[in-house]
Design a protein around this ligand. Sequence first.
Ligand SMILES: C[S@@+](CC[C@H](N)C(=O)[O-])C[C@H]1O[C@@H](n2cnc3c(N)ncnc32)[C@H](O)[C@@H]1O
Length: 341
Amino acid sequence: MNVPNVPLPLLDLTFGVAAFKALAVATELGVFTELSGTSATVAVFAERHGIEERPAELLLTACTALGLLLRDDAGAYRNTDLSEEFLVRGRPYYFGGWVTLFDQRDYPALSGLAEALRGNRPVSWDPQRQESMFVPADPVMVEHFWEGMHALSAFTASRLSERLDLGEVRSVLDVGGGGGAFAVELCRCLPELRVTIFDLPFVCELTRPRITAAGLADRVDLVGGDFFTDPLPEGHDIVLLSNILHDWGEADAQRILTGCAKALPRGGALIICESFVDDDKRGPLSAALISLTMLLDTWGRNYTVPEYTAWLAERGLETERVVCLEGAPTARALIARKTRT
Ligand SMILES: C[S@@+](CC[C@H](N)C(=O)[O-])C[C@H]1O[C@@H](n2cnc3c(N)ncnc32)[C@H](O)[C@@H]1O
């Protein structure tokens, strides 16, 4: 490994938090939505938001340096292609919901990272009082979590739909599919497809309006239940687990896999869509950092492909392939086939 002989990379790392906050505050102010297809000077922007020109300029300069805005020679700011496509509210793959979720939940929780390390337990909620982070009593969760998951997963779901040959598939069971991103994208891609979302009852009710708004109420069923205690609906060609298993410790993750394997017919496929840590545990960076944030919220971690392959084999499933979902926030999908009952 090349040892850097200047400390600049470390400075950049410390300011990573300020970079995230610039994105989060600009998203909260609706900067990218307001600049969609147009531009504004510092003076116009400051007046519009009722703030002084100094802070307005600092925020717009930071966003420009971060590649989120462009500044022309006359001093007017407009969106880059990236922010125009993903940070304008209403766009199909609007990512701002995830930025807001991270800002409201993970960002404050990160101050408890050392405590989570020492205690080897979640710190963003109280394990003495709650069974998991997924409870209807947490207002931040209810307001932001499933909208944030939809924003995180919509682009991944479109990539997954493109990359898999789903021609013969007629039905998908999306286990823990709250947020609805995969149901919506898969149905868009395959006009004959039916999807069943299985999630906690209160989450199904949060997700139902999104499915109705997408015009898919007749093709997407929402079934409320608990994947630890209730049998999963049977008879689907594919069972999908997206960003589920890493929320749980090894024993619980394997219990979920047992339920999924039972629900699948022989010949059916199980898809695990998640960011996997490399087998040598050296990266990739995004999976390693997602895994670290799991320490704050869960008893889980991001697992490796060999770990999943071994657990699946014990349940009669063979790993067929791992597909890379280039550019997607959730980077890879493992596809396994049920070969034994
Ligand atoms: C990290 S989110 C993933 C959402 C979605 N699959 C995606 O990738 O965008 C985890 C999901 O698991 C659901 N979940 C958590 N515990 C559950 C349980 N015991 N039974 C059913 N669903 C559960 C949550 O409500 C949430 O929708």
